[in-house]
Design a protein around this ligand. Structure first.
Ligand SMILES: [Zn+2]
Ligand SMILES: [Zn+2]
Length: 326
């Protein structure tokens, strides 16, 4: 593959900056990754894209005769292995022993009954493990060995018959070296404070768990390119209200009136999420009848269930009614 061909495969202009090339490569690699793309030729395309990017990144045309590229197998220059794009997943390729924190983060937040009814926005702060900026998550820092042929990396990348090979640099014999990363004590991660704005939906019940995808701990780098994070599970604690409850999406409360008030109709003060409100109980209301109010910022239904209390002394009630009927 020529350098110009590599640019074409990546759909890049040869004047593209390394940053643009990387961005385009990430996009294509994601699109054609055989784990994601189920097309029959996805794997072949993915390999081509990798091959092209290796060439574009190195900036060296492998078909220039001045280089060793035409003979990638060489003559006994150290170890070599076929490039396996999957070995790069989750950094298995270059840091096999690294174990990132794969646990999700569980946090709890309390909201008021009103917030649970009509939804709310919450700013949640928590601590999580992020990729160490000093070693980019590898736990160690590569040291340039000064070799011009391999750019100090100790390895060269070549291609043959559509496969990519990483071989030990024939010039420096792969004297690559790394130093442990001190800021993260070689763990590859650092503890950081995170803050996230969460939209809690309306009609949330106590104990509801919201999943915040990818907001958790650093869990490695997919294909050596895309950082992976675990999730945050946000447990919602709703402060209960003594007078109101949530039934489906409605607020429900009870209002007890005497039989006399139910027969004649009455007005009463009830508690709503907007504060106290006057509710009119129409004349002739029966037990379990409902009066509907509209409350909150989004016209939520507040059902007031009327409970009619029957008097213990019916004669007294009859007397009252007879008196009124006169
Ligand atoms: Zn580090
Ligand atoms: Zn070298």
């Amino acid at each position: 593959m020529k350098l110009t061909e590599a640019y074409t495969i990546l759909n890049l202009d040869p004047s593209a900056t390394p940053e643009e090339a990387k961005k385009q490569y990430r996009k294509l690699a994601k699109q054609f990754h055989p784990d994601i793309n189920k097309d029959a030729d996805a794997e072949a395309k993915f390999k081509k894209i990798n091959e092209a990017y290796e060439i574009v990144e190195s900036g060296v045309d492998p078909e220039q005769p001045a280089m060793d590229w035409n003979n990638p197998f060489g003559h006994g220059h150290g170890n070599r292995h076929v490039y396996d794009p999957f070995s790069a997943i989750f950094n298995r390729g270059n840091s096999a022993k690294r174990q990132y924190n794969s646990t999700n983060i569980e946090i709890q937040t309390s909201i008021s009954f009103r917030e649970s009814v009509q939804g709310c926005k919450k700013e949640i702060s928590y601590s999580r493990q992020t990729k160490c900026p000093h070693c980019h998550g590898s736990g160690n820092k590569p040291v340039n060995n000064g070799c011009k042929k391999c750019g100090g990396k100790g390895q060269v990348t070549t291609q043959s018959a559509g496969s990519i090979f990483i071989t030990t640099c024939p010039s420096c014999h792969g004297h690559s070296q790394t130093n442990p990363c001190t800021p993260c004590s070689s763990t590859g991660v650092t503890e950081a404070e995170a803050s996230v704005h969460v939209s809690v939906p309306a009609a949330v019940v106590d104990g509801k768990v919201l999943r915040l995808r990818g907001m958790g701990n650093f869990a490695g780098t997919l294909m050596g390119l895309q950082d992976q994070f675990t999730d945050v599970y946000l447990h919602i604690k709703v402060k209960p209200d003594a007078d109101m409850r949530l039934v489906g999406e409605d607020v429900v409360s009870d209002l007890n009136v005497s039989l006399l008030d139910a027969l004649r109709g009455c007005s009463s003060n009830i508690k709503t999420i907007d504060g106290d409100k006057m509710v009119d109980v129409p004349a002739g209301t029966k037990n379990k009848d409902e009066v509907i109010l509209s409350v909150g910022d989004h016209n939520i239904k507040h059902r007031v269930i009327i409970g009619v209390s029957y008097p213990t002394d019916v004669n007294k009630l009859i007397d009252v009614l007879l008196e009124e009927g006169k």
